[in-house]
Design a protein around this ligand. Sequence first.
Ligand code: HEM
Length: 461
Amino acid sequence: MTTHESDTRTLLEVPRVRRGDGVGGMLAFRRDQLSFLRRGIDRYGDVFRFRLVGMEMVLVNQPDLIRQVLVERTDRYNKGAALFEIVRPVLGDGLIVSDGELWHRQRRMMAPTFTMRTVPRFVRTMTTETQRMVDGWRDRTDADGPVDVSTEIGRVALRIVTQSLFSADVAATIPAFERAFATANTVMGAFFRFPFPPLKVPTPGHRRLLRATTAMDEFVSGFIEARLAKDAGAEEDADLLTLLMHAVDEEDGTKMDLKQLHDEVLNLCIAAFETTTNTLAWAFYLLARHPEVERTLHAEVDEVLAGRVPAFDDIPRLTYTRMVIDEVLRIYSPAYQTMRHASVDDELGGYRIPAGTNVLINSYFLHRHQDFWPEPEEFRPERFGPDQAGDRPRHAYLPFGSGPRICIGKHFALVELVLVLATVARTHRLVAPEGAAEVRPDPLITLHPHGGVHLYPVARR
Ligand code: HEM
């Protein structure tokens, strides 16, 4: 085992959650993960540890320490953590879970598709698909009941990613993918609360997960096989699928095998689908509850777009729209938790972190940290105004992660989120049914709006 120099000083033990301290044990974590962690932070502060079915977890909720884990010490912290072991049976060796040389090679290959220079190519798909959803609301009446916003936005998000990156028209198979993903998210969320070694014990949960994984695999295979049969098409309009199919390893001259290609495509579909869907569902939910924010948003959209569907060049002037998105990503950060596995003994903030520890980073709490976010439960886009960042540390806000494993789709997502929101706001308000109950967050693998978001579309013009 390697030991780092810093370990030679006297290090403190990370405070451990104890019986009778009011935080609760594994059952409390299972019942309500967010309340358990809240009590742990209130009792022990920004760093504490607990055990989950024999695994050592250390929650780290301090920006400087998070920066060390995600950015500065990537040689000591990898993705072999419990959370990624749970999702590995679904995600295979794709970019989200892979490590080392494989990850480096794949990330290098895919990065050029996701730069700010490339993303404008996808704008038309983003606005066309959103407008198609909005047009579908034209003949609705109140008697039709509210729209299931999560489901409708989910379809738009999935069509955007599959068309933009893989030129695939998946309309017919979307419902099967959605159902499979919802099952996988629920089962894997439950595994995280009670982590049996995935798939080693064939529980009913494992069997449901296997069926869901097969369905998602079939969704992806459907359009990969169709493309393979046609071959890749002209280089100049090559999409990401063409690029991945033809990429050659600089070192050994080999091409990516079919399994790796499949895993990468599935990783991108999953990563892009639920995160953007949840962000937009939460955005419309919050706007429906905050008319003053909604009015400011509409004023900006009306002024900047003057009735047009937004284009890429409008984005720099849609500043308040972007602030709304940033604030939604703070309150309901969809990828709200990540984890790293300490591959060697280390120290963080003077605490001893033994090799094998799972370091848990939870942006639901980081984004509510009292030191950086006054009145954190308030929905206040003004926090993200040009003069508001002030001395807030960069790592107090991490909706897309940080360091080399930062979300590869960050620019894609931010452009999409602003454009979808502006396209809808241009013509519609989404209004909550009379007496609608609060929607609470469901901490699955992503932070899902429990029961979905149901709102009435009301035409503005
Ligand atoms: C609101 C939208 C999104 C959010 C909040 C989000 C969040 C994140 C976060 C926090 C990570 C880092 C996880 C970690 O460090 O363990 C990540 C990684 C990743 N995201 Fe996103 N994401 C979003 C949209 C997208 C989109 C649109 C795509 C692709 C089109 C995408 C593809 C990926 C991939 C492939 C990774 C793994 C990157 C790597 O490890 O190299 N994401 N995302």
